[in-house]
Design a protein around this ligand. Structure first.
Ligand SMILES: *[C@@H]1O[C@H](CO)[C@@H](O)[C@H](O)[C@H]1NC(C)=O
Ligand SMILES: *[C@@H]1O[C@H](CO)[C@@H](O)[C@H](O)[C@H]1NC(C)=O
Ligand SMILES: *[C@@H]1O[C@H](CO)[C@@H](O)[C@H](O)[C@H]1NC(C)=O
Length: 269
């Protein structure tokens, strides 16, 4: 009896460590994003009305600004575009590292809002065309309501058998203590109910088992945003990379709020 008790405790501990505990491996903030991610000046795989620029161009034009605990990524909001020329200058960043089983926690102050922007999602991909969008149930998960309260945190856990996503708004009293205090060791089993949960029974985990890179990007219209566009209360209609009514071309100032302000990204493995 006496000998059995410590064994039980150990067994309990190791189950936790193997299952849902992770150590901090990457703590990225400010200018560290510039070496951890590559700006990809490539054609938009989703055919948006967008022109992804290089890091040099983005920095020179202050579309990308990285300093202290701030990373700003924004689209151009000054240029009227030739309807037959390239789309609006914007950004597509891809992580230089690939990740297998891991947890990524994003502390985001502001996400892009405005006509034709898709709701910000942290897309993980191994190919240039695959993304996993997130539809979060609360209004404060994205857009104006998210930004009005100073943003919040997004976390995504990719284990061998599931993907879970959490969102906490800035003043959320349920923000897990390990995130709040910046612990190097986290345990997602204490994080409460995720906003999205994809067990391997629901989706093809084989797709996710390969190493993935993180993508942060902003496109306008295109395959995904187009369908939401009219309901955003904007004039014009997104139709693939064309905008009937020419909104993206003609109204640069409508994109002043089309930016990310990211405080940090932490990866745990
Ligand atoms: C670049 O953008 C940052 C963040 O918005 C701003 O604080 C800074 O003043 C801008 N720099 C210039 C030269 O406009
Ligand atoms: C994508 O996954 C394949 C294996 O499925 C791998 O060979 C390739 O290197 C991965 N590409 C990237 C960009 O991680
Ligand atoms: C980023 O690009 C992917 C396709 O590569 C697309 O699915 C997603 O909607 C884009 N995200 C934003 C916020 O524009």
């Amino acid at each position: 009896m006496l000998a059995a008790a410590p064994l039980l405790v150990l067994a309990g501990l190791s189950t936790g460590v193997l299952g849902t505990s992770y150590f901090l491996t990457d703590n990225i903030r400010g200018s560290q994003f510039l070496s951890a991610f590559t700006h990809q000046a490539i054609p938009d795989p989703t055919h948006g009305r967008v022109n992804y620029v290089s890091q040099a161009t983005a920095l020179e034009r202050n579309l990308t600004y990285a300093s202290g605990d701030t990373l700003i990524l924004r689209a151009d909001s000054t240029q009227v575009l030739d309807p037959f020329g390239p789309g609006r200058d914007s950004f597509r960043l891809q992580s230089n590292k690939v990740y297998n089983e891991h947890v990524a926690v994003w502390n985001i102050r502001h996400m892009p809002q405005g006509c034709g922007t898709t709701n910000g999602n942290d897309c993980y991909t191994n190919s240039s065309t695959f993304g996993c969008g997130v539809i979060a149930p609360r209004a404060t998960s994205f857009g104006p309501s998210f930004n009005a309260i100073g943003g919040g945190w997004y976390a995504m856990e990719r284990s061998g058998t599931y993907i879970k996503i959490w969102h906490w708004q800035r003043d959320d009293t349920n923000l897990p203590m390990d995130i709040r205090i910046g612990s190097p060791l986290i345990d997602t089993s204490n994080w409460g109910t995720p906003v999205a949960d994809f067990p391997d029974t629901d989706c093809n985990m084989a797709t996710y088992f390969s190493p993935q890179r993180m993508i942060i990007n902003l496109t306008f219209c295109g395959d995904l945003a187009g369908h939401n566009y009219p309901s955003d209360g904007c004039s014009g209609i997104c139709e693939g990379e064309y905008i009937i009514g020419d909104y993206v071309n003609q109204n640069p100032s409508a994109f002043e709020d089309a930016y990310f302000d990211i405080a940090w990204l932490k990866i745990y493995q």
